[in-house]
Design a protein around this ligand. Structure first.
Ligand code: HMH
Length: 218
């Protein structure tokens, strides 16, 4: 259970930073995991890492579809940031394929139930108002941006993975997503703002579960 932050003052609208500061422990659970600290120390086992790699490839495939749906719901002033995201995702999908080939992994592996659960959640967001989608979209990218940076410099061969989501350009992109989500929240009703908070918490829960899925791989 969580205490909702809807005891806010007056008519101030919800912001992404408020979500982070109201739920610090849940957000820490989403972004700090032994999977990541063991990438940093080099202790992570190949099967754990490879499970993450293959499942995250399929996650990014569906995240790309989610990007399409968020774009379809977005106001035109928000197009520029989202259109740039497609360029990044195009490179990222190719990069995942290259990493899988290097490691001799078969990407045609069925999605794990946890990956399916997260992808289904993203698909269902199409029914929600744009502000809710924008907050979820920001939270998903912010989780990897913070999570991969949290343990500090990683041992090889993992620094390339940490850098993909932890680099300064990605951090700036996450900030732009935050500004767009905040912008959408400014004109959102109380009810929609509460929906956005629930979306943030659901992303946090699924992020933790995704790390745990890879970490507990046989
Ligand atoms: C599970 N969350 C997960 N995978 C990702 N690649 C991202 C977030 C960032 O796009």
């Amino acid at each position: 259970m969580f205490t909702s932050l809807f005891i806010r003052l007056g008519s101030m609208s919800l912001t992404c930073q408020q979500l982070l500061t109201t739920h610090p422990h849940l957000w820490e659970d989403a972004t700090a995991h032994p999977f990541l600290t063991q990438c940093q120390t080099g202790e992570i086992a190949a099967n754990q890492f490879n499970t993450w790699l293959v499942q995250d490839y399929w996650f990014v495939v569906d995240f790309t579809r989610f990007t399409g749906r968020v774009l379809a719901a977005a106001p035109v002033q928000h197009f520029e940031v989202l259109l740039a995201a497609f360029g990044t995702l195009k490179e990222e999908l190719k990069w995942f394929q290259a990493k899988a080939t290097e490691r001799q992994l078969n990407l045609n592996t069925p999605q794990h139930p946890t990956c399916i659960e997260y992808c289904d959640y993203m698909a269902g967001l199409v029914a929600d108002p744009y502000a809710v989608q924008a907050v979820a979209y920001w939270a998903i990218e912010c989780a990897y941006n913070q999570g991969w940076q949290r343990p500090g410099p990683m041992s090889e061969p993992y620094s390339e993975f940490a850098d993909r989501w932890g680099n300064a350009g990605f951090t700036a992109y996450v900030k732009q997503l935050e500004q767009q989500a905040d912008d959408a929240l400014r004109s959102a009703s109380e009810e929609v703002q509460q929906q956005a908070e629930r979306a943030f918490l659901e992303v946090a829960r699924l992020e933790k579960k995704f790390w745990q899925m890879a970490f507990s791989a046989e």
